[in-house]
Design a protein. Structure first.
Length: 482
């Protein structure tokens, strides 16, 4: 079962868990939020968490653990080498993915660092359905290049396509012909494609793409960080998989790849990461990077307590009731905002609800970061922290000009099992208010711009006094103390 039915009203998502421990939240008065935003350089990454009411920045490392995950921590076996916890974790992942060898890492980007370090040479090309910020940065750092070959319709904001993360097989063939298979370091397919709105990729598409890669001897890599949401969509949207269990689908997907890696800050409800390697020789060739950059081979930078919790978390990921929660809450948020006329990325995906900033603030030039401006405004008007996923999250072109992102979005992430439906309704209400007052939002410009991954720590300022005017209007409707 994945959705509770209702008797005489439209169904809404119902939490399939109860709250056992809570954290108090506070909503700062509007004018104080303006001060906090100025101190944070109009970058939501730089806000302090205590100043935030709804933290929807990310679903990474902030998912709620279950009672069983917390209880499992007591079994953790502390040892520099040979921890029993590691062998239990390896066994659980082998049981799920059918791949024997595990290289543990401290988080997802560490996996990307190691995979890129092993395969990418200057001038190599890496094929992806779509890039993720850190996965691309690790390839380009080593002089490689990313070819994003998602189907064109994946970038259409408003759509009813069930699998917008699918890769275009004709583009893959053309890319192999142009580059030559030897120059392709690997093909990386991302489940739950993050930067186009957490949109899933179908099993059929992964199968066809990996078969093509294998024909040419190209190594196939699955980024399984968002696999839990992707599995829900494979099960509920993909004809032919409706009768399969989540466990069966996970195994069918993993069977297609040489390497499966994940950020356990998403996959498994904990913190950490891992690379599953099918081929023994390849596995041994990558081991040295773990001992050099991560930790010993039986913890890889993770705390054994987290690893013990993850073992239970991986098992929970095989439970349809549990993995339905995120996509159902996101779907509710997307559908309600869509009904209210707010331009949203549809259909709702995993990981979060995504607002199409390019349409909402179409008066802000691309070089003044429309999504960056909208996400700053949303903190001012509601204490809600989202994340910019657009031009600000891109690196500049080599000639210093802006690389205008193909999609310009504000992401409202739904950390798994964290927020209730009434909190979701509050977010819907404030987004609608902001949409109705969108003409008051202005652009931003950098005052401190780091060269790499600038969105994390860059500082910006508004191009005019629009934040003051926006807050004044907000106070008229909601009062000083909200
Ligand atoms: N791959 C995907 C698909 C991701 O979403 C992330 C992280 C990573 C790799 C890197 O993993 O953070 O553990 O190093 N996404 C986070 C986010 C940061 O907020 O979307 P990490």
């Amino acid at each position: 079962m994945s959705q509770i039915k209702f008797y005489n009203r439209e169904p809404v998502p119902v939490e399939m868990h109860k709250v056992k421990i809570v954290q108090k939240l506070s909503l700062l008065p509007a004018k104080e939020r303006l001060e906090k935003m100025k101190n944070a350089g109009f970058n939501t990454f730089m806000l302090h968490n205590g100043d935030i009411f709804m933290d929807m920045l990310t679903d990474s490392g902030v998912n709620a653990m279950s009672d069983n995950m917390q209880a499992a921590m007591l079994h953790a076996d502390d040892a520099y080498a040979g921890s029993e916890t590691f062998y239990r974790m390896n066994d659980k992942l082998t049981e799920i993915f059918g791949i024997k060898h595990l290289l543990p890492t401290h988080q997802g980007r560490a996996c990307e660092h190691i995979i890129a370090q092993h395969f990418v040479k200057p001038g190599s090309c890496v094929i992806m359905n779509y890039h993720f910020t850190t996965s691309k940065a690790h390839v380009t750092r080593l002089g490689g290049r990313v070819e994003e070959l998602v189907k064109d319709e994946g970038l259409v904001v408003k759509s009813d396509l069930p699998f917008k993360g699918n890769i275009d097989l004709d583009k893959v063939k053309a890319c192999i012909a142009k580059e030559g298979a030897d120059n392709i370091a690997y093909m990386r397919l991302e489940a739950g494609t993050n930067l186009i709105g957490g949109q899933p990729i179908s099993y059929e598409n992964m199968k066809a793409a990996t078969e093509l890669a294998k024909e040419y001897g190209i190594v196939t890599v699955l980024d399984a960080s968002l696999l839990q949401d992707n599995l829900y969509f494979n099960k509920t949207r993909e004809e032919g998989l409706k009768d399969k269990s989540i466990r069966e689908i996970a195994r069918m997907i993993a069977d297609l790849f040489d390497i499966v890696y994940f950020s356990a800050r998403k996959f498994g409800f904990g913190r950490g990461g891992g690379i599953m390697v099918r081929d023994e020789e390849m596995f041994h060739a990558m081991e040295d990077y773990i001992t050099m950059f991560e930790g010993f081979l039986t913890y890889g930078g993770m705390s054994v307590k987290e690893m013990e919790a993850l073992i239970v978390g991986f098992e929970e990921t095989m439970d349809l009731d549990i993995i339905s929660q995120g996509p159902q809450f996101i779907n509710h948020c997307v559908k309600e905002l869509d009904k209210l006329g707010v331009p949203m990325v549809t259909p709702g995906g995993g990981l979060g609800a995504h607002i199409d900033a390019r349409q909402v603030v179409d008066h802000i030039p691309a070089e003044q970061y429309p999504a960056g401006s909208l996400v700053a405004a949303l903190y001012l008007c509601g204490g809600i922290r989202g994340m910019e996923r657009g031009t600000l999250s891109e690196e500049r072109n080599p000639d210093g000009t802006e690389h205008i992102a193909s999609v310009e979005m504000v992401r409202l992430a739904f950390p798994r099992r964290v927020f209730t439906l009434s909190q979701t309704e509050y977010v819907i209400d404030r987004v609608k208010w902001l949409y109705d007052h969108r003409h008051l939002i202005g652009g931003l410009r950098f005052v401190h711009e780091p060269k790499t991954l600038r969105f994390f720590t860059g500082r910006l300022e508004p191009v005019s006094d629009w934040p003051e005017k926006l807050i004044a209007e907000y106070i008229k409707d909601f009062g000083e103390d909200q």
